[in-house]
Design a protein around this ligand. Structure first.
Ligand SMILES: Cc1ncc(COP(=O)(O)O)c(C=O)c1O
Length: 397
């Protein structure tokens, strides 16, 4: 066999060994944030492809607008005006490959190594990883059931400024926070805007779960409460259609988009997907979201009652009014990070709290996602989780 060529001396200084990896599934999968394949709007998608391409299929011969399909941007702008009270037009946004790309390019545009960026004390792992990758000093702010605690936010910013640090922005997931599950109240949003404003700190609102409400009233977006251009915003079709669509968007003042765009590679997003989503938006998207949310509520209820049946009073959990996650607290000292792999091998997967924490604390918490499994699988899986934790002595109740 020919000797294999070695790239070892060719890698750039900035490159890091980060294999794409693969997602492993257990019998009872409460780790990944997938929707339920049974709830995908497959018929609508097939119909959308047909009508969209009968009308505009010939446009695939061209590279689309760099910002992404103008019609889809217009439809998204109208949805944001209607449902999130945002004063935006199609020109205030760019389409991205999922909101993950929006987050990645914005972080690159705003972060120099050593800059302080603020997050909720437990936060979406994907964002945390991107922030770390670009050298941010990620600092968590304490939260309660209403969202970020204003006094702690003020204290953290003041402390960091006192150390001579530059505090660039607060990244927040104010609706059905991942992993904590709460929605930040209007009062808190206003306070957070006041405090960050006082210190000249920008706000990055990740609103990808806003549509997944099955109880209670919507709270208006951060973006709608600011008229100075200080709030940038991203959203996604992953949670309301499917992650496999890979379609998201970034809304920001033009100079910010221009900087973020310099980190976008591969040109505009897929026009094939854009056309399909535009058709769905003109058709049954609202109805689909409603049906999906009803299914999510049944699953949440199944998980909440299964937790009640299988765990005693030493364990507590959130009861979110939407979204995909239940956040479970075990007594201090319980180490659910140490046994995560073993529990996975036994058939149940979760993420433990320390994975969402900038400081790596919180291994007595777990996040359980109720979006993918059926209610029956949820009931069996939670009982199984309790049985395994007992058996391996990780938690005896
Ligand atoms: C808070 C949050 N933001 C962004 C994303 C990224 O989603 P996508 O890139 O599929 O839009 C996720 C995925 O779980 C998430 O939880």
């Amino acid at each position: 066999m020919a000797e294999q060529f070695s790239y070892d001396s060719l890698f750039s200084a900035a490159s890091r060994e980060t294999p794409p990896g693969s997602v492993r599934h257990s019998k009872y999968d409460f780790a990944v944030a997938y929707p339920d394949p049974d709830n995908l709007p497959l018929d609508d998608l097939i119909e959308a492809v047909r009508t969209g391409f009968e009308r505009e299929g010939r446009d695939l011969a061209y590279y689309s607008s760099p910002s992404g399909d103008p019609e889809l941007r217009q439809l998204v702008a109208e949805k944001l005006q209607r449902e999130r009270n945002m004063k935006v037009t199609a020109d205030d946004m760019v389409l991205t490959s999922g909101s993950g790309e929006a987050i990645g390019i914005l972080i690159q545009a705003l972060t120099d190594p050593g800059d302080v960026v603020l997050v909720e004390e437990f936060v979406y792992l994907g964002t945390l990883n991107q922030m770390r990758r670009y050298g941010a000093d990620v600092v968590g702010v304490k939260c309660d059931d209403d969202g970020i605690i204003p006094e702690d936010l003020d204290k953290v910013i003041t402390e960091q400024l006192g150390k001579g640090k530059k505090v660039k922005y607060l990244y927040t997931i104010p609706a059905f926070q991942n992993p904590l599950g709460w929605t930040m109240s209007l009062e808190r949003r206003k306070q957070v805007l006041d405090i960050t404003g006082k210190h000249g700190v920008a706000v990055f609102e990740d609103d990808c779960y806003a549509d997944l409400r099955f109880e209670g009233e919507d709270v208006t977006s951060f973006h709608s409460l600011d008229d100075t251009g200080r709030v940038v915003y991203c959203g996604s079709f992953s949670k309301i259609i499917a992650p496999g669509m890979r379609m998201g968007y970034l809304v920001a003042p033009k100079p910010v988009i221009a900087r973020a765009w310099s980190f976008k590679s591969g040109g505009a997003v897929s026009q094939f997907t854009a056309l399909t989503i535009a058709e769905i938006m003109k058709g049954n998207l609202g109805q689909h979201i409603e049906i999906q949310n009803q299914a999510l509520q049944v699953k949440r209820d199944a998980m909440v009652s299964a937790l009640g049946e299988n765990f005693g009073s030493n364990v507590s959990w959130s009861v979110p009014k939407g979204g995909l996650y239940i956040w479970v607290k075990f007594p201090e000292g319980t180490d659910l990070a140490a046994v995560q792999e073993q529990v996975f091998e036994e058939g149940v997967s979760y993420y433990n709290g320390s994975q969402f924490s900038p400081t790596g604390e919180g291994s007595n918490y777990i996040r359980l996602c109720f979006g993918h499994p059926s209610p029956d699988t949820i009931r069996k899986g939670v009982a199984e989780l309790a049985r395994i934790l007992q058996k391996i002595g990780a938690f005896t109740g």
